[in-house]
Ligand binder design. Structure first.
Ligand code: BDR
Ligand code: CA
Length: 314
């Protein structure tokens, strides 16, 4: 079974993603690490602990991660979408919270990598501060990471937090650059271009709520998220970005990718946090190494897989 670490800022769609991973028979979920992002790290850590409790995984250690980006201070969170508690006002419905690990996020990731006898997949679904810190602090462990699956960025879709930037990259552009352009780990990037096409309707969420207690709990977090999407796009349907990325981490090949060099704009101008992808094929030489950018998937299949997995007993 592939060892898996999830680095996360729960977050409504992070909650869907954690449920998929916690219930998946294909992977060995070795650790969950928290990071600042949708809300502050105090709350994302508590949410991760509560979610794992609800999903019956007290065996999975939760390590608290960075409370801020590597360089710049953030001036906003995503509580307008995820609620002030990150889980649509329903965080207290989850639990009981599992214990917090005595190890902080980077130390916990390092311990998992040191102990693993096969390559470890790291799925990062919040700002990439912890992952960048791991790479810089423990370069000796980079070869033990089999794969990064990153939810983040936007190739041609545009931004969702600024005109140019997707939230997870905007949340720490310097860290994103370190991970995307400055590492050698095989990397799959799951950008907005794909995740915004795999939406879940209010009816889909109603159906999920009927299907299982976990489905009901997840569905109950939807209100602010659904309202934000309805206000922006006019339709009552949400994109659960992180769950698509984690599904790909669990079942490689769920998404279709193409190798593209990607770098991150770390300037202080309006492009800050934009992912720059060089789509010129053989002429693409200025940017760093190619990463596998997920630009397509069978949306009907992904929805069906999420539905099946979120209702399956472990
Ligand atoms: C990403 O931003 C966060 O708000 C979501 O949890 C997801 O990880 C989507 O841009
Ligand atoms: Ca997230």
């Amino acid at each position: 079974m592939t060892p898996l670490i999830i680095d996360t800022d729960p977050g409504v769609d992070d909650a869907f993603a954690l449920a998929v991973a916690a219930l998946a028979p294909e992977v060995d979920l070795r650790a969950v690490t928290s990071v600042h992002g949708n809300v502050g790290v105090e709350q994302t850590t508590l949410n991760a602990r509560r979610l794992l409790g609800s999903f019956g995984r007290p065996d999975v250690p939760v390590g608290r991660g960075a409370d801020r980006p590597l360089v710049h201070v953030l001036d906003r969170r995503a509580d307008d979408v995820h609620g002030g508690d990150g889980l649509g006002g329903r965080s207290e419905d989850f639990g009981p919270a599992v214990d917090e690990s005595p190890l902080r996020a980077v130390a916990l990731m390092a311990a998992v990598l040191e102990e693993a006898t096969e390559p470890v997949t790291i799925a990062a679904i919040g700002p990439f501060t912890n992952v960048a810190t791991l790479l810089s602090a423990r370069p000796d462990l980079e070869s033990r990471i089999g794969r990064f699956v990153l939810m983040g960025g936007s190739i041609a879709y545009g931004g969702n937090v600024t005109a140019a930037a997707e939230f997870n990259v905007w949340g720490d552009p310097e860290a994103a650059r370190r991970v995307l352009a400055g590492s050698t780990v095989p990397t799959t990037l799951v950008p907005l271009d794909l995740t915004m096409r795999i939406t879940l309707s209010a009816e889909w969420l109603d159906d999920l709520a009927e299907a299982s207690p976990i489905g009901a709990a997840l569905s109950s977090t939807r209100e602010a998220y659904l309202a934000a999407y309805a206000a922006r796009f006019g339709t009552p349907a949400i994109a659960v970005h992180d769950a698509v990325a984690v599904l790909e981490a669990i079942v490689p090949g769920t998404v279709q990718t193409m190798p593209v060099p990607v770098d991150v704009d770390t300037s202080s101008g309006p492009g800050r946090g934009a992912t720059i992808a060089d789509m010129r094929g053989s002429e693409a030489v200025e940017l760093g190494r190619p990463v596998d950018v997920a630009l397509d998937a069978d949306a009907t299949f992904v929805r069906a897989e999420l539905r099946r997995r979120l209702c399956a007993p472990r």
